[in-house]
Design a protein around this ligand. Structure first.
Ligand SMILES: Nc1ncnc2c1ncn2[C@@H]1O[C@H](COP(=O)(O)OP(=O)(O)OP(=O)(O)O)[C@@H](O)[C@H]1O
Ligand SMILES: [Mg+2]
Length: 475
């Protein structure tokens, strides 16, 4: 029997994981697993840039994972795939409550509330059950650690910067235990419980009476945060304040998103990720967005993991994506006095050109069918003796930039191909296509006359050896 194993990774040694997995499958199911049976799914935050994603791909390949067996999944999208299969509470025609999955045409938002970041995607269920992205992924640094940072800051502000640094330096273990205790209390916290939370103070604080800790806390926080014997006692009102920054930022961001006309059909908000386990986060989001069904699926903290496995089984489940940027390549174009700046006009061999022209492929906010090639653009190779041809890829938030060197247009990386040695000095006409492949952008080049596809040498988002010029010109 053919066994497929999907593994979510963050690893140094792929082969060690493969070996352990193969052994585990053999013991449990008696099946042999070949290396080629394994499909790896590497999850990345959706708001990461293309170079950051490529960096992860390269790192995974260096760890020994075969290129064709590796898929990159966007974390909130993986969570969304998992959420789509969840039955959520809805009203039936008579106003009663029923449990149903999302129907085709329904839109829902997934908030992946992690430690560092909050990653947000909006999906709509297509008639064939696949998902389309309705609005480009967004988010920000408002995850669960924001609460810990607010706590830390209030201690620092009360004891003073110097004593605070000294405590961390001189009593590292004490401080780590203190933070761990806070983490436990943070996870238990629910404002309605109206309880206090007691943490053992680090020894440095206890053994330095000259700090006058009790007095300092009383003066600054009254009963909300006080020192009692060897403990710091946090009242639930104070604990709630520590959550406020993160929750307010999340609420504001969702409110802004809900103003957009693309999201007018949105019915539900799903909360996943570790921070979504927090009862105070759940309650506040539910209270604020009363007109939407706010739902926390079971095992919210592992929905990215479970959704990634589902994505590994069916990478085509996301059928349409929204382009987060306008993408184009650097080329030389025929000068057009109606659109181009006259100061940029150059004359070469009797023809008028503009250099540094931006040749657009995808527009920001454009809906792109996954796996469907863009229209091809044709380029001539300037020097027939060149057998390495390269394109420089740029991205921008502008819809229709004219030049690659205008403000707000950024270099992304270069694509390089190798042409067969050109003995007869053939005039090459090359056709370039861009394709949205899963979570990554793919470029392909063919001979425009024969349609022969060239092997891609490199699509390098991380560095470029090329300067300002191109060795191609738009036809
Ligand atoms: N019951 C809970 N109450 C409050 N916070 C919680 C609870 N359970 C987990 N968290 C918080 O969730 C966060 C971790 O979530 P998660 O495991 O999804 O993060 P991550 O995926 O590692 O981070 P990121 O997505 O930012 O890379 C931590 O800040 C943790 O304190
Ligand atoms: Mg996460």
């Amino acid at each position: 029997m053919y066994v497929k194993v999907f593994i979510i990774i963050l690893c140094k040694s792929a082969s060690r994981i493969e070996t352990n997995f193969a052994e585990a499958i053999k013991t449990e199911h008696g099946e042999e697993v070949k290396k080629s049976d394994i499909r790896w799914v590497l999850t990345v935050p959706a708001i990461w840039s293309d170079p950051a994603k490529l960096f992860m791909r390269e790192a995974a390949e260096k760890a020994g994972i075969e290129k064709d067996q590796l898929f990159l999944a966007l974390e909130p999208e993986a969570a969304s795939i998992y959420c789509k299969e969840q039955a959520i509470r809805k009203e039936d025609q008579d106003g009663g409550a029923i449990l149903r999955r999302f129907d085709p045409g329904e839109q829902y938002m997934v908030l992946d509330l992690g430690g560092g970041t909050v990653d947000i995607t909006v999906n709509e269920v297509c008639s064939d059950g696949k998902l389309k992205e309705t609005y480009a992924a967004s988010g920000g640094p408002w995850g669960g650690t924001t609460v810990n940072e607010a706590f830390r800051k209030s201690i620092e502000d009360t004891v003073g910067k110097d004593h605070f640094s000294e405590c961390i330096l001189k009593d590292q273990n004490g401080w780590i235990d203190f933070e761990k205790e806070f983490e436990t209390e943070k996870r238990k916290f629910y404002p309605c419980d109206n309880v206090t939370h007691k943490l053992h103070l680090p020894n440095y604080f206890v053994q330095t009476p000259s700090l006058q800790l009790a007095e300092k806390f009383k003066a600054k926080h009254g009963n909300a945060l006080k020192v009692k014997e060897n403990y710091l006692v946090i009242h639930s009102s104070k604990m709630e304040q520590y959550f406020d920054t993160a929750i307010d930022k999340i609420k504001d961001h969702i409110s802004n998103l809900l103003q957009r006309k693309e999201l007018s059909k949105l019915s539900s908000i799903m909360l996943v990720g570790g921070f979504a386990e927090s009862r105070v986060v759940q309650e506040k989001i539910k209270t604020y967005f009363k007109t939407k069904t706010v739902f926390v699926p079971p095992e919210a903290s592992v929905s990215v993991l479970k959704g990634s496995v589902m994505f590994g089984h069916n990478p085509n489940i996301i059928a349409e994506r929204i382009s987060p940027w306008t993408y184009g390549v650097h080329t030389r174009k025929a000068f057009n006095k109606n659109i181009h700046d006259i100061k940029r006009k150059q004359t070469m061999a009797g023809k008028e050109y503009v250099n540094n022209a931006f040749d657009k492929y995808l527009g920001i906010g454009e809906s792109v069918a996954v796996g469907r090639r863009s229209l091809g653009h044709i380029y001539n190779v300037i020097n027939p003796k060149d057998h390495i041809v390269y394109w420089k890829v740029y991205r921008t938030e502008k819809m229709d930039p004219l030049y690659c060197d205008e403000n707000g247009v950024y270099f992304l990386g270069s694509l390089e191909i190798e042409l067969p040695r050109n003995e007869e000095e053939k005039k090459w006409r090359l056709e370039l296509h861009m394709t949205c492949r899963g979570t990554e952008l793919e470029a392909s080049v063919s001979d425009a006359d024969t349609q022969e596809q060239f092997k891609r040498l490199k699509f390098d988002f991380l560095r470029s050896e090329y300067g300002l010029y191109s060795n191609i010109v738009s036809e």
